[in-house]
Write a protein that binds this ligand. Structure first.
Ligand SMILES: [Zn+2]
Length: 345
């Protein structure tokens, strides 16, 4: 199957996070038909109910000790958008994030194989777009021990991502005292407290890192209050902070802003990571998070993929066909370069 057909075939199977079973089966069958050894690694332990679809990572290899692995995720954000194409582009959900990448990696792997290079593996995870549960499960897989380089794919415009910011997700919660809105002195507004805290957060200077750049804060959600005529007893805001330093100093700065006015509830955190730089590849730091922080047993990470993160997750998601083709060349070159070096030197 050719590159573009492989991309649209993968895209035509809906696989919103949590619903990756069908695309995993399709990938297994496709890779087996090409002669790969394929394992489906279950990652849905603890999920119950007849309607819960099974989730499996797809792990494929040729010889038993592959040193270089390609990886990305099979899930997409909602909603499903059917694939379509013209001369120049493939449109629809997953075109750039990340089914076009899966297609480019498989095409590259097959090309390497046709040249006699069999020291390669393929790892396709579930749930990257939610909490990387697939990657966490994959980290314990025995084949990880043999892996020296993991080429992870996300839309980097075909530049080598040499660093990615971390993500610190948290809630700030305030409490007050309900009262009739005509008698505000009887109550204590949780929303006004929250607004004061958020105003201070907006004016807080978080650290700048010379390599990773600015720490940025998105106040993504605000909830609170009971009714227009009630002094609000509770309020909360959800924040996503793109980390350029370890979490600890940022959390400390935040706690000194919030003080006793509210509580901080930590939802999740991934620290910023540095990836391997390789001469002659265009390089940059990316601001988004990947599976890489959870694949620590899979050797030295690298990040490269066709398409733009700016159209990923949008209704206008697309990938340029020439970028998919270019990615195949880059993946082949990168794998050869890595296989020619000895990580233990
Ligand atoms: Zn992605």
């Amino acid at each position: 199957m050719k590159l573009f057909e492989l991309t649209t075939s993968l895209m035509s199977i809906p696989s919103t996070s949590g619903e990756e079973e069908a695309v995993g089966f399709w990938l297994r069958d496709h890779l087996q038909s090409l002669g790969w050894k394929v394992e489906l690694q279950p990652v849905d332990e603890g999920r119950t109910g007849a309607s819960a679809s099974r989730q499996n990572n797809v792990i494929a290899w040729l010889n038993d000790t592959p040193r270089v692995w390609f990886s990305t995720h099979m899930d997409t954000v909602p909603p499903f958008i059917e694939p379509s194409e013209d001369e120049e582009k493939i449109y629809g959900r997953g075109s750039c994030d990340a089914k076009g990448i899966i297609a480019a990696q498989i095409t590259a792997a097959e090309e390497l194989r046709s040249e006699g290079v069999e020291d390669i593996g393929l790892l396709y995870t579930v749930e990257e777009e939610r909490s990387s549960t697939g990657a966490r499960a994959a980290n314990d897989h025995p084949l990880s021990a043999k892996c020296e380089y993991l080429i992870n794919g996300e839309p980097t415009d075909n530049d080598l991502g040499i660093g990615s910011k971390g993500t610190f997700r948290l809630k700030i919660k305030t409490t007050g005292k309900a009262a009739h809105s005509a008698y505000p002195e009887q109550g204590d507004s949780a929303i006004e407290k929250l607004l004061d805290i958020l105003e201070d957060v907006r004016h807080t200077k978080f650290p700048h890192d010379d390599f990773f750049g600015e720490t940025t804060v998105n106040i993504g959600t605000i909830e609170g209050g009971a009714a227009l005529n009630v002094i609000p007893p509770t309020a909360e805001a959800g924040l996503a902070i793109r980390l350029t330093t370890p979490r600890a100093p940022i959390e400390e700065a935040l706690r000194s802003v919030v003080r006793a006015r509210g509580q901080i509830e930590v939802l999740s955190c991934s620290e910023p990571v540095r990836m391997l730089a390789v001469d002659s590849f265009a390089q940059k730091v990316v601001r988004f998070t990947t599976d890489i922080p959870y694949l620590t047993n899979w050797g030295q990470p690298l990040l490269l993929g066709p398409g733009s993160i700016l159209v990923a997750h949008t209704k206008d998601e697309f990938v340029l066909k020439k970028d998919l083709e270019h990615a195949v060349r880059l993946y082949v070159d990168l794998a050869k370069r890595l296989l020619a070096t000895n990580v233990h030197e």
